[in-house]
Design a protein around this ligand. Structure first.
Ligand SMILES: Cc1cc2nc3c(=O)[nH]c(=O)nc-3n(C[C@H](O)[C@H](O)[C@H](O)COP(=O)(O)O)c2cc1C
Length: 230
């Protein structure tokens, strides 16, 4: 594919038959990505070189103001037991009546999936004028890049959330600053089993066209016409 930037700054993509290969590859990659929950992920996870490639994909995300408002905190095997303990404590923090079995169930989640990382967004880093919505959008784009690169390398992946993300014990364990939020966990590993892919929404489910009411907006005005005189 030829991509070039002429003087006007507009990047033009040369649409040759080869480009359609790229289009099809990208479309296929996006379509085959599906959530493979951590309990369905097994060893081997990505090796160090693959992991670097996967995580570096995040760097291509749009980032208004180049704030780098997100970061990933990976959980090595040596930290899984501590994370398990924190998952148990987080459950007891919000439900002191939780049973021993429920605590064990919460703890067990720390051991699933060969690769596990926490996605964190910072609400204040850099320019405080850039609000949290934009920062979370950037984080979402970074996460999707990571998921797609993992998919391209043949791995399964998943995002998981849960109430533990808001617990003080978890925020303390991951060293979150006062303006940081734990967005979700991201898991990667080999696919043990997969569910049938869910039906995707279609174009018209989420695309509409702005309809303009000339009277409400005043845009039907002739030059020099006073809208108040109508
Ligand atoms: C931020 C975020 C958190 C998620 N947390 C969970 C979760 O805790 N448990 C779960 O089963 N799925 C979770 N999901 C995955 C969604 O359920 C999944 O993406 C959705 O069902 C669509 O399926 P697909 O990813 O296969 O297209 C999460 C997704 C996002 C974006």
């Amino acid at each position: 594919m030829d991509v070039f930037a002429p003087m006007d700054g507009l990047v033009k993509v040369d649409t040759t038959p080869t480009d359609m290969d790229l289009v099809n590859t990208v479309a296929t990659l996006m379509q085959v990505r599906q959530t493979i929950l951590p309990k369905r992920l097994m060893q081997p996870g990505p090796d160090p070189a693959q992991l670097r490639l996967i995580l570096e994909a995040a760097a291509s995300a749009p980032d208004h103001g180049q704030l780098l408002p997100w970061r990933f905190v990976t959980v090595p095997d040596a930290a899984r037991a501590t994370l398990a303990q924190v998952f148990g404590e987080a459950l007891l923090e919000r439900d002191p009546q939780a049973t021993g079995d429920q605590v064990l169930q919460a703890q067990e989640k720390a051991y699933r999936s060969p690769f596990l990382t926490l996605v964190v967004v910072d609400a204040m880093r850099g320019d405080p004028e850039i609000d949290l919505h934009e920062r979370i959008v950037s984080a979402g784009c970074a996460v999707q890049n990571v998921l797609l690169m993992a998919t391209a390398l043949g791995f399964g992946s998943a995002l998981t959330s849960g109430k533990a993300l808001k617990s003080t014990v978890l925020c303390r364990l991951f060293g979150l600053g006062p303006h940081e939020h734990a967005l979700c966990f991201l898991s990667i590993g080999s696919v043990q089993s997969r569910k049938k892919a869910r039906p995707r929404p279609v174009h018209d489910d989420f695309v509409s066209v702005l309809t303009v009411d000339p009277i409400a907006t005043g845009s039907g005005r002739q030059p020099g016409e006073n809208p108040a005189a109508r």
